[in-house]
Design a binder for this molecule. Structure first.
Ligand code: INI
Length: 165
């Protein structure tokens, strides 16, 4: 049994329904996360018609909309995308903490995987590097995690937990 992250070729998103909730705040960054997440889901076999997307004002608003999707019973996974960049006030900490804990709570409350695709960085440059720059695109990683988790949850629900070969 290997604990390595799955190869993309081993993931099959066909038949999955995925909701994306994306923050408009720091839009230059989040638009790039959203484009990569959507493109990657389709590359992994999720039909475009099975992807729904809603935009929210900021990362603070991600959990409540994620909860609406997760509780609807109509999606296999939710991806929450945002970019929280440290400013000169403590607002950053409050927003980042609320987004992270809210998203974790939604997943535990509903049993639906909610993927934390929120960048929390010190600077805009660090965020750019992780949203299509030198350090990849966190939106792509979020889509891979969504398909990985959604298929895992289906297997677990079917009584066939993975990792046991
Ligand atoms: N929202 C973000 O998504 N990123 C940030 O960096 C950010 N900062 O730093 O202020 C931010 N603030 C807005 C917040 O998410 C809410 O939309 C707002 O407070 C209204 O509830």
């Amino acid at each position: 049994m290997s604990a390595e992250r799955p190869e993309r070729r081993d993931l099959d998103g066909s038949g999955l329904r995925v909701a994306i909730v994306c923050s408009r705040f720091n839009g230059e960054i989040t638009e790039s996360l959203l484009a990569a997440a959507t493109r990657t889901l389709v590359e992994l076999g999720v039909r475009e018609g099975d992807i729904v997307c809603e935009l929210v004002p900021g990362a603070f608003e991600l959990p409540v909309v994620a909860q609406r999707f997760a509780a609807s019973g109509s999606v296999d996974a939710v991806i929450a995308l945002g970019a929280v960049i440290r400013g000169e006030t403590s607002h950053y900490e409050l927003v980042a903490t609320a987004a992270a804990s809210g998203i974790a709570r939604v997943a535990l409350d509903t049993g639906v995987p909610v993927i934390f695709g929120v960048l929390a960085t010190e600077t805009p440059e660090q965020a750019r590097a992780r949203s299509g720059g030198a350090l990849g695109n966190h939106g792509e990683d979020a889509a891979v995690a969504a398909v990985d988790m959604a298929t895992l949850m289906r297997r677990v629900a079917g009584g066939r937990p993975t990792g046991v070969r």
